[in-house]
Design a protein around this ligand. Sequence first.
Ligand code: RTP
Ligand code: MG
Length: 139
Amino acid sequence: MKTNRTFTMIKPDAVANGHIGGILDHITKAGFKIVALKYTALTPAKAGEFYAVHSERGFFADLVDFMSSGPIVAAILEKENAVADFRTVIGATDPAKAEPGTIRNLFAKSIEANAVHGSDSDENAEIEGNFFFSAFERY
Ligand code: RTP
Ligand code: MG
């Protein structure tokens, strides 16, 4: 079951720009079932923990500031081949390089404020889902 799941966040830019509904619609029309959903916000400490893998990168401090700058929407999604298929649906990290019709192409403005997060492996999908949702919040 867990190999059919991925984790996503609608990032602060997309929430602030009124794209929660548009992005969730895009996700469900792409064949993903929402099995957990939460409107919340990250503190700087929590944002740093979530993106700890990037702590040595030059953009880390900016990324933490950005991810804690406003509310986000967290969700666990289910679909066959969920992790890889969702990466295709969201498009490249830099929206200028994202394929037409992808979520980042449609809803993102910059390489940092890029509208959505998508897990990069089954293992990280499980870790990230558990970061936001307790067992009784996951269908
Ligand atoms: P994500 O983890 O959020 O799904 O994004 P990703 O895999 O496509 O990209 P990743 O390399 O994991 O980077 C994580 C997030 O850091 C910000 N970033 N800023 N200023 C920059 O050069 C830069 N590079 C990355 C983005 O918000 C990116 O999604
Ligand atoms: Mg990543």
